[in-house]
Structure formats: C-alpha cells, structure tokens
Design a protein around this ligand. Structure first.
Ligand code: PLP
Length: 233
C-alpha cells in the first residue's frame, strides 16, 4: 500500500488557521492516519500538538520518529492484543468499546506504572457497524461502581460517531444524545470521577454541529490534511 498527497491541499498550515477561532473549551485532534510524517511535522510547526491515529503500528512508528511533545490519541477500533504497543506513551484512547478492552488497557497501564486516560465509545449511530457501548450497558457499568476496579485508568469522558448522512437534524439528535448520556453520568458520579469532562464528537463533515451540541474535542482529518487516498498494490 502507498499513499499519495492530494494536490488540492493548498497547505496544512492554512487549513489549521481555520480552527484558530475555536473556543478554548474545544480541543482539536488532528487526525493524521495514513498521512506521512512530513505532513504531521508541517502541522507541528504550525503549532498543532494533538494528533489522532487509528492503527497501532502506524501510531507507534510515528511516535518513535516524531517530536516527543506530541500527544498521541488512539481514535480507531483497538484490538486487545495490540494495547501493549501503545500503552507506554498513548495520551488518550477514545475508542474503548467494551469492558474486556478496558480491562486490558488497565492491565497494560499498571505494567507501565501509569494511568491511561480513556473515553468510553458510545454507540449513537443507526448503523449496525459502529462499535460502542449502548446506554444501558454504560449506566449499569457506572451504576455498579465497576469503574473503581480500574486503578490504571483515568475515566476522561465519552466519544461517539454520528450516522454518515446529509441529514443535519439527524446528526444533531445523535450528538445531543451523547451529550445527555455524558451529563447523566457526570451528574450521578462526577464527584467520584473528577476528570470525567470530555465529549469527543465531530469530524470534518460534522464538527460544527458537534460543537453546537457541546463537543469538547473534535477529531478532524481531511479538512486539515486533505482527502485520504488508499491504493492497494
Ligand atoms: C478518520 C476518523 C476521523 C476523521 O475523519 P475526517 O472525516 O477525515 O475528519 C475522526 N474520527 C475517527 C474515529 C476516524 O476514524
């Protein structure tokens, strides 16, 4: 597999300028998956420090070769047997979609003598294919105080992906739903979870709606780095 750089991208730096007016309450995660290290460095030199990747090996390789003050966020589906490769350095895992995965991250965090911040990925979209907890599972998890079993985990909030649709009202409803689950957990258990304060929602196509609905973290790839081209060779 190889990647080509889309000639339509004028400049990563100028694309990032568009996000300079974001409220301080919203963190921009620059999603650099499939993009070469040169692109990440261009964004880095423009001041960007938080980058999102969805493949363990790619993220570990980029971590090895790029400046050490970059904060690496894992945003893609994570297999349990690969957690160990990112556990020493990952800054936030957005995609905790099951308790089994959570248990493995906890184990690897303790091995590395650290706490790993995570977001619980909630299934908010209609599509069957998207991963995540449903509302009941999530409320049961917190309701039973199960989070207290995870000494290697910092529970930092929730993440969700809306249905891929042009229907803005529909997207808005799904993001509103995620915010309301977040608020329910925060109201009931916030005093026990002081760092539970992030709602990761919104991508290139829907981040404006997400921010209107209370997003604190947007994950933006193509609007910064241009379209991703995948060529199978
Ligand atoms: C790829 C990806 C993004 C970024 O998508 P864009 O549409 O390019 O902004 C955000 N979140 C997740 C989970 C992704 O896999």
């Amino acid at each position: 597999m190889y990647y080509t750089i889309n000639p339509k991208v004028m400049s990563i730096k100028s694309n990032l300028e568009e996000f300079k007016s974001l409220s301080e309450k919203v963190t921009l995660v620059a999603v650099s998956k499939t993009k070469p290290k040169e692109d990440i460095l261009e964004a880095y030199h423009a001041g960007q420090r938080v980058f999102g990747e969805n493949k363990v090996q790619e993220m570990a390789d980029k971590y090895d070769h790029l400046p050490k003050d970059i904060q690496w966020h894992m945003i893609g589906h994570l297999q349990r047997n690969k957690v160990k490769y990112i556990a020493p350095f990952v800054n936030l895992i957005h995609s905790i979609d099951s308790e089994r995965l959570l248990a493995e991250v906890n184990k690897q965090a303790l091995k590395n003598d650290r706490k790993i911040p995570v977001l619980l990925q909630v299934h908010i979209a209609e599509e069957e294919t998207k991963f995540g907890w449903d509302d009941t599972e999530l409320l049961n998890f917190f309701g039973a105080n199960l989070f207290e079993n995870y000494k290697g985990i910092t529970f930092s909030g929730v993440m969700g992906m809306a249905t891929f649709t042009e229907n803005e009202a529909h997207i808005k409803r799904e993001f509103g739903h995620l915010r309301s689950i977040f608020e329910t957990i925060n109201t009931r258990y916030g005093s026990l979870l002081p760092e539970f304060n992030q709602i990761s929602m919104g991508m290139s196509g829907d981040f404006k709606i997400a921010i209107e609905e209370g997003s604190t973290m947007i994950r933006v790839g193509s609007a910064i780095f241009g379209e991703r081209n995948y060529h199978k060779s």
